[in-house]
Design a protein around this ligand. Structure first.
Ligand code: VGL
Ligand code: ZN
Length: 208
């Protein structure tokens, strides 16, 4: 059972959004080719889904500026611009993504007191979203992960997939992903590779 996880391909992470990832929109046509490839039995997506005033927003901390380290519940936390607020256009999946083919959309990041980069659980590895149970119930043996942003939500999702679903083969699709900083992307890819995640291109999927 092969599944594709599309991480946070939302307006907020594309140019014009509130937390734009450089070239974030470039993943959309690649993701659509993967969706249309017929190579996956199951397609799931995650959606960053914050309440207004979420604790990861710099605006929620007096004196904090976006893209600086701050604290949330006593732990180091990157301060982000307000982004992907529930019910806003910024939080919607990219309009050109073939969302009608997505079997399940997993929302995350609702708890104002903790961030949740991973589609599977919060940053304390405490509260599970239920996505790993769903994929295991469906009998998933192979999971390909891609989307936005490579150095945050994609990386944490891929690592958690390995950790929470032992035995599932996890691959990262590089050309269907973009990251926030080049250095962050290189480090994230190295970290994923070290953990046993295969780094592939969409062409490999399409040719399989
Ligand atoms: C993300 C920062 C904050 C992501 C989400 O999708 O990578 N990054 N929230
Ligand atoms: Zn977020």
């Amino acid at each position: 059972m092969k599944a594709l996880l599309l991480v946070d391909i939302q307006n907020g992470f594309c140019p014009g959004g509130n937390l734009p990832v450089p070239e974030g929109d470039k993943v959309v046509p690649v993701a659509n080719r993967l969706i249309d490839s017929g190579k996956y039995d199951l397609i799931v997506a995650s959606q960053d889904w914050h309440p207004p005033g979420h604790g990861s927003f710099a605006s929620a901390h007096p004196g904090a500026a976006p893209f600086e380290m701050g604290q949330l519940a006593g732990k180091p936390q990157m301060m982000w611009p307000d982004h992907c607020i529930q019910g806003t256009l910024d939080a919607e999946l990219h309009p050109e993504l073939k969302s009608e083919e997505i079997d399940l959309i997993q929302q995350k990041g609702e708890n104002p007191h903790i961030d949740s980069y991973s589609a599977f659980r919060d940053n304390d590895r405490d509260a599970s979203t239920g996505l790993s149970d769903f994929l295991e119930d469906q009998g998933v043996t192979d999971l390909d992960v891609c989307g936005l942003a490579t150095d945050y939500c994609v990386k944490f999702s891929a690592l958690d997939a390995l950790d929470m679903m032992p035995g599932v083969r996890v691959r990262f699709i590089e050309d269907a992903s973009r990251g926030i900083t080049p250095g962050g992307v290189a480090a994230a890819i190295e970290e994923m590779r070290t953990h046993g995640i295969a780094i592939i291109d969409s062409a490999k999927v399409l040719a399989s």
